[in-house]
Design a protein around this ligand. Structure first.
Ligand code: ARG
Length: 607
């Protein structure tokens, strides 16, 4: 926000150091939190250390030397426009703004940039975020929702931070689990088709539960039952074999059911406001991955033990020269010629790098697949992909239920759609009296925004590494650290602006902001938080941590609520002060909106 001053001062420091033959280290600036004034600072410790290394310091200790340099620089700078004063303290150069100037500039900057406030400068790298990749025919449950929300928020963050961003999905659409459902459908339900996208998706899950139970060995099975179960098992295996050789009947049926499932997935993504750019399927990379196996053998990365009746393996640790066991040895082709999950991930990565020119590749996948992904990244490195260094696994903890782990096979899952419906119902029952004047349809739309806001934030406010025991009452709560609490700050800001009779929050309609008065503590805190937004965007994107933005949004909302209770904006007597405060409200509203958007949470105008 203050690049101009920063650049100007940096130039002066560089010129000074050059002229005086001082080995200036890279200048790192940081904001000075408000303590009477705002400012920014840099230190000269590294520069002093450089000097000492070159034996130029006449043995002056580094801290003392840093202070000397800071003082010399300060002497050199004189007065700078927009800066109230400059200090050289303990090796630091502290540069302060006039408070009213700073406040005005922060607010003006927000209002003139609007929805783009905080957007980072365009970066040269392309980032692909892969998420929302459940296995097909399993219906979307609350664990998938955590994955999708984390992935979408990460994508929004890196995109807003300035990276070219590609959103990718990679549903698992093959394997015995998938075939089990095709078999059950063909055997017991052929020709049936429930109406409704969600109904159809959920029905497939029901079939899976049923089939699993039929195929499962029971205690005290009668001989008849055993025979029956074994016959079913043989049919399932036969179907798998047929799928594998491309039998048209099985493939067609598989495609139809897969499409039912994907239709539901696409509908859920629409509900979550997720727009995928690329769809990869495991089945698409199966064949290409076989070619890769040959390439890895030819390049000496993989060992072909098939002649000895073995498989094709990669001794990752050995090839990397590691003496301690880390990535272990992995099979990449079974002796029967079939590929593994790992093999397909190698093929997928190649497509991402070569066809999509991805520089950074992020995988949002639950932590149980951590070793698998580290193994894949290690093989990519052996293979020679420079991007292997920039593959990143954003792992997340398990979502379980109070009664234990979710299990699709047992039908013990909490479906996302059910939670979303329940969320709307609950909000409507609370809001019905409060907002009787709002037309029913609109009320429903707002209830959806609030209910989903609660659910989404509950998935983001927990560190991604932590497990979540899903409790619907907690997830849909409105109080405390929740989505609706943040949405409510937005609504309040909005209502102040509406009541002030200022059309919308357009900056031109608010007149100039002149913060030439004694700012209250609440205003100072609010301005400080608002000014931090661009930095938080960069931090969250660089560290791949949605939680940084989730926490920031809460802090901002909390600070706004305190301000709202302490400072009566509309009753402010002095016209210019009132105007400045209204502009601060408008700026806060804008930044809350921007933060909510990054968190994939909508900002309702009323609630
Ligand atoms: N479909 C997988 C699952 O449900 C997740 C895919 C993760 N991505 C990957 N590139 N392996 O477990």
């Amino acid at each position: 926000m203050f690049q101009k001053e920063q650049q100007f001062i940096e130039e002066k420091i560089k010129t000074f150091c050059k002229a005086n033959n001082i080995a200036l280290a890279e200048l790192k600036w940081q904001p000075i939190p408000f303590a009477g004034e705002w400012g920014f600072a840099t230190s000269f410790f590294q520069t002093a250390a450089n000097e000492a290394k070159l034996s130029k310091g006449n043995k002056v200790p580094v801290p003392q030397k840093a202070q000397e340099i800071a003082e010399q620089v300060k002497g050199q700078l004189g007065s700078v426009e927009g800066i109230s004063h400059i200090e050289a303290v303990k090796g630091y150069l502290n540069i302060y703004f006039k408070t009213s100037d700073y406040a005005r500039r922060v607010v003006d900057e927000v209002l003139s940039n609007g929805a783009n406030f905080g957007r980072g400068a365009k970066k040269s790298e392309t980032v692909m975020v892969e998420y929302a990749q459940p296995n097909v025919m399993h219906s979307f449950h609350i664990g998938h929702a955590r994955n999708t929300i984390l992935g979408e928020v990460l994508a929004r963050l890196v995109e807003f931070a300035g990276f070219e961003t590609i959103r990718a999905s990679y549903p698992g659409d093959l394997g015995l689990g998938v075939i089990t459902i095709v078999w059950a459908y063909d055997k017991f339900y052929k020709g049936q088709e429930p109406i409704g996208v969600h109904e159809r998706g959920q029905w497939l899950l029901k079939l899976y539960v049923e089939a699993t139970s039929l195929l499962e060995k029971k205690d005290n099975e009668s001989p008849n039952e055993t025979a029956q179960r074994e016959a079913y098992e043989a049919e399932r295996r036969e179907m798998y074999r047929k799928w594998d050789v491309g039998d048209p009947y099985v493939r067609d049926l598989w495609k139809t059911l897969r499409e039912w499932s994907l239709e539901e997935l696409r509908e859920v993504l629409r509900m979550l406001d997720v727009k995928m750019d690329v769809w990869f399927y495991e089945s698409d990379v199966d064949e290409p991955s076989k070619v890769i196996v040959d390439e890895l053998i030819a390049r000496g990365i993989a060992d072909d033990e098939r002649p000895q009746g073995g498989a094709v393996i990669v001794k990752i640790d050995e090839k990397l020269g590691l003496t301690k066991e880390k990535y272990r040895t992995n099979v990449i082709l079974r002796s029967d010629g079939t590929t593994l999950y790992l093999t397909k991930d190698l093929a997928l990565a190649k497509v991402k790098f070569e066809q999509y020119h991805v520089d950074r590749s992020i995988y949002v996948v639950d932590v149980r697949q951590s070793l698998h992904l580290q193994q894949a990244f290690a093989i990519l490195k052996l293979w020679g992909f420079p991007q292997a260094e920039k593959c990143y696994h954003l792992g997340y903890g398990f979502v379980s239920l109070p009664e234990g782990a979710m299990s699709a096979r047992r039908g013990r899952v909490v479906l996302f759609k059910d939670v979303a419906d329940e969320a709307v119902k609950r909000v409507l029952s609370v809001e019905a009296e409060k907002s009787a004047d709002i037309p029913a349809e609109e009320r429903e739309a707002i209830a959806y925004q609030i209910g989903m806001g609660a659910l989404t934030y509950s998935m983001l406010s927990v560190d991604n590494n932590k497990d979540i025991v899903f409790d619907i009452n907690e997830a849909l709560s409105f109080d405390g650290r929740t989505g609706p609490y943040i949405q409510n700050a937005y609504v309040r800001a909005n209502s102040i602006l509406k009541k002030s009779k200022v059309e919308g929050q357009k900056s031109d309609n608010l007149g100039p902001s002149t913060f030439d008065y004694e700012l209250t503590k609440h205003e100072i805190e609010l301005i400080e938080l608002v000014s931090q937004f661009p930095m938080k965007v960069q931090q969250a994107a660089e560290e791949y941590r949605p939680l940084v933005m989730a926490s920031y949004a809460y802090d901002l909302a909390n600070t706004f609520h305190s301000f709202y209770h302490a400072v009566n904006v509309l009753q402010t007597e002095e016209e210019t002060t009132k105007n400045a405060r209204l502009r601060l409200v408008a700026a806060s509203k804008q930044v809350i909106a921007n933060a909510l958007r990054l968190l994939d949470i909508q900002a309702p105008d009323v609630m």
